[in-house]
Each structure stands twice: as structure tokens, then as C-alpha cells.
Ligand binder design. Structure first.
Ligand code: UDP
Ligand code: MG
Length: 320
């Protein structure tokens, strides 16, 4: 392995989370390294291999052996996209950190534009999608609805139509890594952190190879994490529903007494029992979401476990 100078100053760290991207990882590396070389930055490419089951790990090993800019963090299993990004940020040493998907949907060529904005004094430069190409209507619609619902529900101004493709300053990176929450919605956390933020616009390409690694389940979890991390509206909604159903019950009672209803009481009671039961269960579900998250925070497990690291100056990274 080529030796790495421990004291080399790194301007830009590029964090790339990857999960089963064997078809494209080589190409991603080439495009990234071309951009970084031609812009003459001092840089590191930090690939976080999020427990891939295909040959992504061995491809990354090859790449790392041949290029001293490359570092690889191999997770012991799949911990998820947001956790992989977090690990990358924790290991990054650059003055600025760029987070980019490993499937080339986010064009690496945009990085110099982001860096320029950063040099003008912005501490967060996020990439805003003008269009999404080659994605199913379902994905586009669910994403559009998700960002708009999120905006209505949350107190934090989270820009619509942005993903995790962004540049953050060292200060922001440090702020994010000391936030210890387990259910991480990084876009929201970046917005929450404040600092000077700006956008650059781009057209999101289609995936160059392979399929989306965001299953329906992962998308749902991400949306729930986003909403529960940044909004108390759902838990309040449970309360409102309770009040409404209570008064509805009272009105019903009064109406039956006043109008002397002819409808069979058994039918009606069954109907009411269903409605109330449904409401109570819905409210309990919302409570459950929050309580479950409190439980996760209290457990205080590490966010991820590293199986191995490659390309770092010291092989042991002290995490305490
Ligand atoms: N990814 C990851 N862990 C996961 C799922 C995805 O590291 O559990 C990576 C994936 O390899 C890609 C990025 O996160 O580099 C975005 O995922 P994907 O392209 O599948 O999401 P989409 O673009 O379809 O929303
Ligand atoms: Mg993608």
C-alpha cells in the first residue's frame, strides 16, 4: 500500500456511501478522481461500504491499494445510508466535506461549483434537483409529497427537492458529528444547524447501473425518522383526535336523547366502538413511534460497527 503522509493537509473530503454498487463503483471512482485532480484540490475520497454483499468491497480494496487519496470504511453489516454518511463525516479530515451518492445520480462535476460557493463564505452548499431523470413516476410523486408534507409539519426550514448531495464546512461537520441522535435525518440536521446556506441547482441523472438500494421499507423509515425527529405535530394530532372524538361522543349522546333515534342501539354501538377503537389505536401507534425512538436513544448503542479500515494513516481510529 502506498505510504500516506500523516500531516498532509486535506482541503476537501468526499464521502461516498455505497451499498451493493459493484457495477458502478469503478466508474464512480474514476469520475470523482478526475474532477478532484483537475481542480487541483488536496483531497481524500472516503468510501463507506455499508455492508455490501456483492463485490463492492473487493473493488474498493483494489482502488484503495492503487490510489493514496482513497480511504475505505467497511461496515460489519448494512446500517443504512444516513449512518454510512455519518461514519464518513466522523472519519473525514478535510476543511470541507462533500457527501455524494455512489451511483452517479449526483454529478461529481458539480463539486467545483460547490467549492467555489464555499470559498465565497457559505458553510453549507446543497444541491437542489431541478429534474429527476430516469426515475419512476412513483418515486417522483412519493418524493414530491414527502418533501411538501415534511415542510408543513416541521419547525425547521428543510429545503424541498434536495437530497444528501451537499458540501458542508468543517464547522458544520463537527456540529453534526457531536449530535448523538440515532435516527438521523441528515438533511434536517444540517438545516437545523443553521450557518450560512446556499443552493446550486442541477438535473439529477438516472442511475448509471444497478437498481435503487432504497427499498420501500427504507424509504418509509427515512420519512418517519424525518418527521418524528423534526416535528411534534403527529403526537399533538393524537391529542386533538382524542378531544374531537370525546366531543363527538357527547354530541351523539345529546342527539340520541333529544331526537330519540330509531336506529338499533346495538348497530350503532358497534359502529361507534369501531370508530373509537380505530382512533385509539391510531393514537397509540403515533405514541409508539415516539416511545420507540426514545427507547433507541436510551439504549445508547454505537451507531455502527466497523469491520475494517483501509488506507488510513493509523489503522486504529480511536472512537472514545
Ligand atoms: N446506500 C447505502 N446504504 C443503504 C442504501 C443505500 O449506503 O442501505 C447508498 C447507495 O449505494 C447509494 C446512495 O446510498 O450510493 C443512495 O442510494 P440509492 O441510489 O439506492 O437511493 P435513490 O437514489 O434511489 O434514492
Ligand atoms: Mg440513487
Amino acid at each position: 500500500m502506498p505510504s500516506r503522509a500523516a500531516d498532509e493537509h486535506v482541503q476537501i473530503s468526499v464521502v461516498v456511501p455505497v451499498y451493493n454498487e459493484q457495477e458502478i463503483i469503478g466508474e464512480t471512482y474514476l469520475r470523482l478522481s478526475n474532477v478532484m485532480e483537475s481542480a487541483h484540490y488536496t483531497y481524500e475520497l472516503l468510501f463507506v461500504n455499508d455492508g455490501s454483499r456483492d463485490r463492492t468491497g473487493s473493488h474498493l480494496h483494489e482502488i484503495c491499494v492503487n490510489d493514496q487519496h482513497v480511504k475505505v470504511i467497511n461496515f460489519s453489516r448494512n446500517f443504512g445510508h444516513q449512518i454510512a454518511i455519518t461514519a464518513g463525516m466522523e472519519h473525514a479530515v478535510g476543511d470541507a466535506v462533500v457527501v455524494i451518492d455512489g451511483d452517479l445520480q449526483d454529478p461529481p462535476e458539480l463539486i467545483p461549483v460547490m467549492v467555489e460557493k464555499w470559498q465565497q463564505g457559505y458553510q453549507v452548499v446543497y444541491a437542489k434537483r431541478l429534474q429527476r431523470q430516469g426515475e419512476t413516476l412513483f418515486k417522483k410523486w412519493t418524493a414530491a409529497i414527502f418533501y411538501r408534507v415534511l415542510r408543513r409539519l416541521t419547525d425547521v426550514e428543510i429545503p424541498v427537492d434536495t437530497g444528501d448531495f451537499r458540501l458542508i464546512d468543517r464547522k458544520v461537520c463537527d456540529a453534526l458529528t457531536i449530535m448523538e441522535e440515532k435516527h438521523r435525518f441528515i438533511r434536517g440536521m444540517v438545516s437545523w444547524s443553521g450557518f450560512r446556506q446556499t443552493a446550486v441547482e442541477y438535473v439529477r441523472d438516472s442511475r448509471q447501473a444497478g437498481e435503487t438500494k432504497y427499498s420501500m421499507k427504507k424509504m418509509l423509515t427515512l420519512s418517519l425518522d424525518a418527521i418524528t425527529s423534526f416535528s411534534h405535530v403527529p403526537i399533538k394530532l393524537a391529542g386533538y383526535l382524542g378531544v374531537v372524538s370525546f366531543f363527538a361522543g357527547l354530541v351523539y349522546l345529546v342527539m340520541v336523547i333529544v331526537l330519540d333515534h330509531t336506529l338499533s342501539s346495538v348497530d350503532f354501538l358497534t359502529f361507534i366502538a369501531f370508530i373509537l377503537g380505530g382512533w385509539i389505536l391510531a393514537c397509540m401507534g403515533v405514541l409508539g413511534e415516539y416511545v420507540g425512538r426514545i427507547y433507541d436513544e436510551v439504549k445508547d448503542r454505537p451507531l455502527y460497527l466497523v469491520a475494517s479500515r483501509e488506507g488510513f494513516v493509523t489503522t486504529e481510529v480511536n472512537h472514545d
